[in-house]
Design a protein around this ligand. Structure first.
Ligand code: CTP
Length: 414
């Protein structure tokens, strides 16, 4: 029974988490295939990088087969860098797990070396990093290794193990890598925050569609990804989550109650009906500001050479809910193309919000989209008397950071 509960906890924490597993030169690398398989069984997506030393102990082919993805081994490989280079891999990861971590790989991390793939990833990685040391007991006990571990821990690198026992070299002592299942549990623990435990969170997401006739509508480019990532992050933080979603091509995160709507009017009704007992309302939806005054019952036929549409404003859902539920912690989003701080703070005041997360819609320097239609985003978060910038990162990680900001501020609401 207890085992089942632990297993369910592990599964929920690791579901859809992106774990970048780095395999370095240690005999314990033979366990990496099993570790990869068990992480995937727990719901994580796993990609593998290997140092030259790692490939001496287990083949990239094996880890490619069990991870279901190509294995990355070199820094200067033109083809690999064109696909997923070291920066993309570092950005992709929710967790960089170095297992086994050899004595040499720990020393290289301490030095901040960037002359191989793993070194460069460690430097570029903003996600948590965990090391699972595996080496001979004398190497582990050596003053240099102990000093390196102390330095890494000071830099917030998580230490998993090592365990004590009989070693591959025949000696007995501390230095064995933890078993794969123990490592899965340790990874899971890093994602369990519980910061919103017992809270009910209501989230709007995606675009709305405002009908012109039975076939046509006015809408916008919102993909819903940020709202869905917020829903997943709130569940992960222990909240009960209801997601009111406009039409998107995403499936609901696990353990989220999803209510599908189309128009702004439907979104308002659905939101009001879920408001009871709601502690936090997060409005990520890109709600249409206007809708056609008249919706034609039949398909509009092509007649004149120009067509003028008459539109009327929709109800502002966030402002309405803020009025109806003054005790609920209100979080708005603002997508802007200019003067972000000015417009965002204006909306914070005008809609009586507790927090607003603003982002710039546009393109990164390399031309890739940021904000709408993108996997990545950056946010400037504002509240009364404070602000925090969250730099460009995958929306899943951004959502987790925003949830922690919300959790930290929620008790300031009287
Ligand atoms: N919002 C809402 N209902 C609307 C319009 C907006 O709930 N009818 C919410 C959005 O979900 C978002 C916030 O209000 O959390 C700000 O949305 P945004 O479109 O940026 O602001 P607007 O008030 O519509 O201002 P503008 O479009 O002029 O920038």
């Amino acid at each position: 029974m207890l085992y089942c509960q632990i297993l369910i906890g592990i599964l929920s924490n690791l579901t859809n988490k992106r774990i970048l597993l780095a395999v370095t030169g240690s005999i314990a690398a033979y366990k990496s295939a099993d570790l990869t398989r068990r992480l995937r069984e727990a719901g994580a997506e796993v990609r593998v990088v290997m140092t030259q030393g790692g490939t001496e102990f287990i083949t990239p082919m094996t880890l490619q087969a069990v991870s279901g993805h190509p294995v990355y081994t070199t820094l200067m490989d033109v083809e690999a860098e064109a696909g997923m280079g070291h920066i993309e891999l570092a950005r992709w990861a929710d967790l960089l797990l170095i297992a086994p971590a050899s004595a040499d790989s720990l020393a290289r991390m301490v030095q901040g070396r960037g002359d191989d793939l793993l070194g460069a990833i460690c430097l570029a990685c903003e996600a948590p990093i965990a090391v699972a040391p595996a080496m001979n007991q004398a190497m582990w006990a050596d003053a240099a290794t102990q000093a390196n571990i102390a330095t890494l821990q000071q830099r917030d690198v998580h230490l998993f193990g090592p365990a004590e026992g009989e070693q591959a070299c025949g000696e007995v002592g501390s230095g064995r890598m933890l078993e794969p299942l123990e490592l899965v549990t340790a990874c899971s623990g890093l994602f369990a925050t519980g910061s919103l435990a017992g809270k009910k969170v209501l989230i709007t997401a995606g675009p709305t569609r405002e009908a012109l006739d039975p076939m046509r509508f006015i809408s916008n480019r919102s993909s819903g990804r940020m709202g869905y990532a917020m829903a997943a992050a709130c569940v992960e933080a222990g909240a009960e989550v209801v997601l009111i979603s406009g039409p998107v091509c995403l499936s609901a995160p696990e353990r989220v109650t999803r209510v599908d709507v189309e128009s702004a009017a439907e979104m308002l009704v659905a939101t009001e009906s879920q408001l009871n007992g709601c502690d936090i309302f997060i409005a990520t939806a890109a709600v249409a500001d206007y809708r056609p005054i008249e919706v034609a019952e039949q398909k509009l036929k092509k007649q004149a050479s120009t067509l003028t549409l008459s539109l009327e404003p929709t109800t502002d859902i966030l402002a309405t809910i803020a009025e109806q539920a003054p005790a609920t912690f209100m979080v708005g989003f603002a997508a802007e193309t200019e003067n972000i701080a000015h417009y965002a703070r204006g909306k914070l005041e005008k809609k009586s919000l507790d927090m607003i997360a603003a982002n710039q819609i546009g393109r990164e320097q390399d031309g890739s989209p940021i904000g709408f239609e993108s996997e990545q985003n950056a946010l400037n978060v504002y509240w009364q008397g404070g602000e925090k910038a969250l730099p460009v990162m995958p929306k899943s990680r951004l959502a987790r950071e925003l949830v922690e900001l919300i959790a930290a501020r929620i008790n300031t609401k009287i």
